[in-house]
Design a protein around this ligand. Structure first.
Ligand SMILES: Nc1ncnc2c1ncn2[C@@H]1O[C@H](COP(=O)(O)OP(=O)(O)O)[C@@H](O)[C@H]1O
Ligand SMILES: [Mg+2]
Length: 565
């Protein structure tokens, strides 16, 4: 454990008594540590009751991290309710107030798409649903209602207003709320019912928000409203780490917050990075200096130079996953534990092959997308394989469809080999209609099936398969060495690990294919790469593939060159 000697800026931010404060500081400068210490200070030194405190951050993992730090410092005497995400705060308010309808449920992804398709039918609009849905999500985060859009001069906006309206009605009828409603509805509630607003305003004497650069307009307005009575709003963030503009985040509001919120807003900057080695910081700073829209900040560190960053080149995506797994084995032989290590990916679709490589190398890992062999699709595939080989169909599977595929692929009915049974099952999974899946999920499913096939290839029969899965589960249940963390870069925000591996540094992956054309989006991709590499304390590995999907060439990411020039 590192010795912590607070610097003067940190001390000031922790012990600040009343009035608004903005802590706009560099990565790894102790913003989250200061937020945690400030909560303790408010309770222990200023006698604030924990029920009168509200601390908000973005990711669930970050909430858990802050709660566990508080638990340690306050000897378990923690009111966990005071630390939450914006969305869980909204959920709690809606539940407590029974608004807009009591007993509502949160819509799940597939269900949401279903309802949205119905709304499009009702509005008689034929377009790519996910695109329209994300435009509605952005509108809600920007506090734009269907009637605002209806007044617009743009025909596109008026069209959107129609679907938006139908979608809201359908949800209301089914007593469902979506993720964005968890912010939008409490805001509406507060605007409509002063009595309720006043209750929360008087309750929350101090409001603290971490990662404020990722707040959307509705979030900003919510905390502004809530802090009106006591005027104790404390915000920490770093515009270089703003990675949610696709969901309406407005780091511009954060950057100019002190000027707009009120003249007594105090600003603190912390420029000392305590997290990473000089080599990692040098690369991170060189990379982010390529962004044009940013607040320039000084960054200093007393940390050692550390090891050089390693850039790994693989021929293709399978080889790359293998390289990642091999590096993890090497790191462990150097003395690192599995839970010192994180693999951070830009998109979920990089996960299946990496999982397969980790399973092959007997590396125990936490996957925030669910384990390959525990997925429902994988289990269905195994059931089908068993049925086909034993010739004894079981319930739940469309035997007609299966029969047709079987006849189509193999004319011999009786004897189906292990490998053939997988082919038929995979074909079944790709044909079987599933209304709740969107395009992205379908693609992901097929990648997980490919990864599963890759793992199956050396096996001979169902007994081997059963042994194989048992072994993978056994490996993952061993916790003595912790687990490698496999997650998306978005999920890793605010966290830190001794060793970080970032695969898929290719054009089209990071930067993402949809973001290459526009400067604002490209800059957000660069911030994502920046967030990924600044999670690392000691060791950083970046990898790319020269080919993928059997294509002849895939370019390395421009961000690799930008690490050093
Ligand atoms: N004054 C300090 N002395 C030593 N380590 C510190 C100090 N301040 C912060 N740290 C450590 O630096 C790391 C980064 O802190 P964190 O609060 O996560 O930064 P941020 O939220 O700004 O990215 C943590 O490991 C934290 O314990
Ligand atoms: Mg932080």
């Amino acid at each position: 454990m590192k010795e912590i000697q607070l610097n003067p800026q940190q001390l000031e931010a922790i012990s600040h008594r009343d009035g608004p404060m903005v802590v706009l500081s560099v990565v790894g400068s102790g913003k989250t540590m200061v937020l945690t210490e400030r909560i303790i200070h408010l309770i222990e030194e200023y006698g604030i009751n924990p029920t009168n405190l509200l601390a908000i951050t973005f990711a669930k993992k970050a909430v858990l991290e802050i709660q566990s730090r508080l638990e340690k410092r306050l000897n378990g005497n923690v009111d966990k309710a005071m630390v939450c995400t914006f969305h869980s705060l909204g959920y709690r308010i809606l539940k407590a107030e029974g608004y807009p309808i009591s007993g509502f449920r949160l819509v799940h992804d597939g269900q949401q798409m279903n309802i949205f398709r119905q709304a499009m039918d009702k509005a008689d609009i034929k377009e790519e649903p996910s695109l329209l849905l994300s435009r509605i999500s952005l509108a809600k985060n920007d506090l734009i209602s269907p009637s605002d859009l209806e007044k617009s001069d743009e025909p596109e906006d008026r069209k959107l207003s129609k679907v938006y309206c139908c979608y809201e009605l359908l949800k209301k009828r089914k007593r469902l709320v979506d993720f964005d409603d968890l912010l939008y509805l409490p805001y509406q509630l507060f605007r409509e019912d002063k009595r309720i607003l006043e209750y929360y305003q008087s309750r929350f004497q101090h409001i603290l928000v971490d990662e404020f650069q990722d707040s959307s307009k509705v979030m900003v307005e919510l905390v502004k409203l809530l802090s009106e009575t006591h005027n104790n709003l404390w915000l920490a963030g770093d515009d270089d780490q703003s990675i949610h503009s696709f969901r309406g985040a407005r780091s511009d509001i954060f950057v100019s917050f002190d000027k707009e919120y009120g003249s007594n807003t105090k600003t603190i900057t912390m420029s000392h990075n305590y997290r990473s080695t000089k080599n990692i910081l040098k690369a991170a700073n060189t990379l982010i200096s390529h962004n044009k829209v940013r607040v320039k900040k000084e960054m200093v560190t007393n940390n050692e130079d550390g090891e050089e960053i390693e850039i790994l080149e693989a021929d293709n995506e399978i080889e790359e996953a293998g390289l990642i797994a091999n590096r993890i084995v090497d790191l462990c032989s150097e003395g690192y534990r599995f839970n010192d290590i994180a693999i951070l990916v830009r998109v979920h679709r990089l996960m299946p092959l990496i999982e397969a490589a980790l399973i092959k190398e007997k590396i125990s890992y936490n996957s925030y997308g669910g384990f390959l062999y525990n997925r429902r699709d994988t289990k269905t595939v195994i059931t089908i394989m068993k049925d086909l080989i034993s010739g004894d169909p079981s319930g739940g599977i469309d035997t007609d469809l299966l029969g047709r595929i079987r006849t189509g692929i193999f004319d011999h009915y009786e004897k189906i080999s292990f490998a053939e049974s997988f082919d038929i099952a995979a074909c079944y999974m790709s044909i079987k209609p599933n209304d709740e899946e969107d395009e992205e999920e379908r693609k992901l499913k097929s990648l997980y099936l490919d990864a599963f096939e890759y793992l199956l290839s050396p096996l001979q029969n169902l007994d081997d398969l059963a042994d194989f899965i048992k072994e993978a589960q056994r490996v993952n249940s061993i916790s003595s060495n912790g687990k490698v963390n496999l997650m998306t870069i978005h999920q890793a925000k605010g966290l830190e690990f001794k060793c970080v591996l970032v695969p898929g540094l290719n054009e089209g992956i990071l930067p993402h294919i949809n973001s290459i054309q526009q400067l604002v989006n490209l800059e957000e991709e660069r911030r994502l790469a920046y967030v990924a590499i600044t999670r690392a304390m000691e060791r950083l590995f970046i990898s790319y593939r020269r080919r993928q999907n059997g294509q002849p060439i895939t370019l390395p990411s421009r961000f690799i060159a930008e690490l050093s020039a």
